[in-house]
Design a binder for this molecule. Structure first.
Ligand code: AMP
Ligand code: MG
Length: 626
């Protein structure tokens, strides 16, 4: 189904003079390209035309007629010029060119706006049809334009179907409207969603199908790193630095010997030396003074005397004379003449005081913690980790260990996701299992939102008549669904939404219930989202791999589980399939270390053969180079 095409016309003298002033046009483009309305019905479309004209009747009419007569767009949204100012002429211009009026749309917007402000009574918006194009006047302020658009968003796709005379779609919507109810409050005060009769459900998801790239961009657009906190050095493993770390001291802080041997003056060359004594690691550097013809015994890591210009390793020396008690070295011979600076680490040669040793956003692993310790850090400023809850949904689910009941399966998603997120350094909370009942589901979500920032759910997002998560999110939690369908396999109905709850932003990552889909989409959507919130900008590693078996391509790009094996003979890894890739079979994820990124089927290519090279995403993340 082709997306609805929109034309956005800003009507304003100010914006026509300076287009950077145009906030409303921008807002409308944003709403159409990535917004879902409170009504739960996405108006998602393609913005094909954008223009700005002054408050001048002729200029407005010129654009409206051009876009509708040349069938450039399905819907024109104007913003501005609908008020009482002398220059406001948008409704007059619109009325002159429309062939049929659509007063109901104007009325719906007015009714909704009056609930927000009595000033809405001063809007004179006109709406109508010219040829097959619907023209809607919206107010000039971004907020009011958005509110009005929200009020009518649900009607736009059907209006377009009617204008285009798309019979099957019209019939389907009629049936849906007749059979599905809308939100109402039951007598006991709990919210009940009438999900309608099964025969009236939509047969195609109303959510616009977006690409993986778009999904990634949307997640990035709506997620940003939260607060920071200080943690003890010993608790920083796996955390993300929220500041650059500069060394507070030199390492080594003194000139240190690299070898066990003798500190000497290099210009003395080879030959005999009197041993003045010994400096061990931990001794003060200034405790012995070295003169030409003498040497000082030093151990690895010990400070060398100030006058020393080289260290000669013990292997390149010979003992000539002991002390009378036979315990100490008195004279040695240097067998190999030393070079200047040989085997001495200068001050700051490993880490220079003030130098940048770790960058902000670095994930602290074992070595990074070691560097922090070497620099004398005891408290580390890191990003706060997002709090995460996992909720399984489905009437059929039981906890492992329970007596098996007919028609039931054990919940495997919960533990898989909990452990997967732990592997990536997060501490998810178990939010239980919600059965497919509106009130249970709503209560479970409320409970989860009072504890966590991110709620990851599995199940209840597909096309089943009991898949109620999306309507609950939009209708009860007033969530914005940023996407509800992605062109990929497995995991097409993956949904990403946000809402305000108790004054805080909450994130929903709703994954399909099938165990493989839930696992794969956790890797592809949930973990990147958690990483964004945690300020971790690591990226998945994508390599090229050679197939060892053939794959029939699906119409959607597919992420097939595989085991990549590297060998000494071939720099390119070989990809071994994990077997049947059906999305219910969790065994296909067993031992997988990569997802093969199989392209969607085309007329030219229906399968990939053994020996073909494909891209493969490793199931892990790589840090940015410093
Ligand atoms: P749904 O996405 O809710 O339509 O579920 C799709 C399939 O996944 C059904 O066969 C469910 O039984 C199964 N499923 C859903 N949730 C889970 C879970 N937590 N553990 C194992 N299987 C599940
Ligand atoms: Mg289900």
């Amino acid at each position: 189904m082709a997306p609805i095409t929109f034309g956005i016309l800003t009507i304003s003298d100010t914006c026509a003079r300076d287009p950077t002033e145009d906030r409303s046009g921008e807002e409308l483009i944003r709403l159409i390209t990535d917004h879902s309305t409170d009504s739960g019905r996405i108006i998602k479309g393609h913005v094909a035309e954008v223009n700005i004209v002054p408050d001048n009747e002729f200029s407005i009419m010129e654009i409206l007629t051009k876009w509708s007569d040349e069938a450039r767009v399905n819907v024109i949204l104007t913003t501005g010029g609908t008020g009482f100012s002398p220059r406001d002429v948008t409704p007059e211009a619109t009325k002159k060119i429309i062939q049929k009026e659509a007063p109901g749309i104007a009325l719906a917007m007015l009714t909704a706006s009056l609930k927000i402000t009595p000033m809405a009574a001063l809007s004179r918006a006109a709406c109508g049809i010219r040829n097959k194009t619907l023209i809607i006047n919206l107010p000039g302020s971004p907020k009011a334009a958005r509110e009005c658009l929200d009020a009518i968003a649900m009607t736009i796709p059907h209006a377009v179907d009617l204008l285009l005379d798309s019979k099957p779609k019209i019939k389907e919507t009629h049936e849906h409207v007749q059979n599905s109810g809308c939100r109402h409050h039951s007598e006991n005060g709990t919210i009940a969603l009438n999900l309608g009769h099964v025969a009236g459900r939509l047969r195609e998801s109303p959510y616009h199908m977006i690409s993986m790239k778009e999904a990634e961009e949307i997640i990035n657009r709506y997620t940003w790193q939260g607060e920071n906190e200080f943690v003890d050095l010993w608790d920083c493993h796996g955390r993300i630095l929220s500041e650059d770390i500069r060394a507070q001291c030199d390492l080594p802080p003194f000139r240190a010997s690299i070898k066990d041997g003798y500190a000497v003056v290099a210009s003395d060359g080879g030959g005999q030396r009197r041993v003045l004594g010994g400096l061990e690691a931990g001794h003060s550097p200034g405790s012995i003074k070295l003169e030409p013809g003498f040497c000082v015994r030093v151990n690895t890591g010990a400070p060398v005397p100030e006058e020393a210009t080289a260290v000669v390793q013990v292997e390149d020396t010979k003992l000539l004379e002991k002390t009378a008690d036979g315990k100490e070295e008195k004279t040695i011979e240097i067998l190999v003449a030393p070079k200047e600076h040989q085997d001495i680490r200068p001050v700051g040669s490993d880490i220079e005081e003030g130098s940048l040793v770790l960058k902000r956003h670095t994930r602290i692993g074992a070595v990074e913690a070691g560097i922090l310790a070497a620099c004398g850090c005891t408290k580390v400023k890191v990003t706060k980790l997002p709090t995460i809850g996992i909720l399984s949904t489905g009437n059929e689910l039981q906890q492992a260990g329970e007596e098996p009941r007919p028609g039931h399966v054990y919940d495997s998603n919960k533990i898989t996701l909990m452990m997967l997120f732990r592997e990536f350094g997060y501490a998810p909370k178990d939010m239980g299992i919600a059965i497919d009942d509106e009130n249970v589901m709503i209560d479970s979500i409320k409970e989860a939102l009072s504890h966590v920032d991110v709620l990851v759910t599995t199940g209840s997002v597909s096309m089943g008549d009991r898949d109620m998560l999306k309507p609950i999110l939009t209708q009860v939690f007033k969530a914005d669904i940023h996407f509800g369908r992605v062109n990929m396999k497995p995991g097409k109905p993956t949904t990403f939404a946000t809402c305000q709850y108790d004054g805080k932003i909450k994130y929903f990552v709703c994954l399909p219930g099938n165990p493989v889909s839930a696992t794969v989409t956790s890797h592809l959507f949930a973990i990147p989202l958690l990483h964004r919130l945690a300020g971790n900008y690591a990226r998945p590693v994508v390599v090229r791999a050679r197939l060892t078996s053939s794959y029939k391509l699906d119409s959607r790009p597919e992420y097939a589980r595989a085991i990549l094996m590297w060998s000494e003979e071939d720099p390119m890894p070989k990809a071994y399939s994990t077997g049947n890739q059906i999305s219910s079979k969790l065994l296909s994820c067993k031992n997988a270390n990569a997802l093969l990124m199989l392209p969607g089927r085309t007329d030219d290519r229906g399968e990939m053969l053994a020996g073909d090279v494909v891209q493969a995403m490793l199931l892990g993340f790589q840090q940015n180079a410093i």
